[in-house]
Write a protein that binds this ligand. Sequence first.
Ligand code: AMP
Length: 189
Amino acid sequence: MNHSAVASPRQAPMHALVRHIRDVPDFPGPGVVFKDLTPLLADAAAFAICIDALASPWRARRIDAVCGIESRGFIFGAALAHALDAGFVPLRKAGKLPARTIGVDYALEYGRARLEVHADALEQVGKPGARVLLVDDVLATGGTLLAARELIERLEARIVGAAVVVELGSLNARARWRGDVPLHAVLRC
Ligand code: AMP
């Protein structure tokens, strides 16, 4: 595996995380190397280090709500919301949320997808002008995170930043990401 950790004062624990990520070749299709984070989730110490590393850039920035992207973004996002003393807002695939939604359609590598959020999601957070952090497990081409950003911008929230566990550096999603909102990756692989 050719992993490199993002420079950080917590460098040693970050390197320890890498061995809890399993590369699964040709999943879900030929040529894709899937970053399987289930070994990391299953290891209590690794999961704790990961959530601490996800949270640390934002601790001093007062986050009111963490918006997690279905589905693995829910796992990390809910734990991150708890660590930051913030609420959690799910950004879901089409047709899953029960009340009135707004949505964004976006391109995937093959085909299209749609991300939705309850129209009153940030009212539920109970803080006008809520300060929001977006979170997902893996940043690949960046399309999903960009769609999440567009969706939350429509709710007129203040997006403080975006956080992912793994950034696939070779796909260069950062080139598509407007730098006025900081994007932090725990690991770049
Ligand atoms: P993208 O929109 O291309 O940045 O893809 C990001 C979304 O797809 C995230 O929600 C990931 O969970 C998933 N994903 C894309 N590529 C991978 C990969 N190689 N390993 C694991 N998850 C991936």
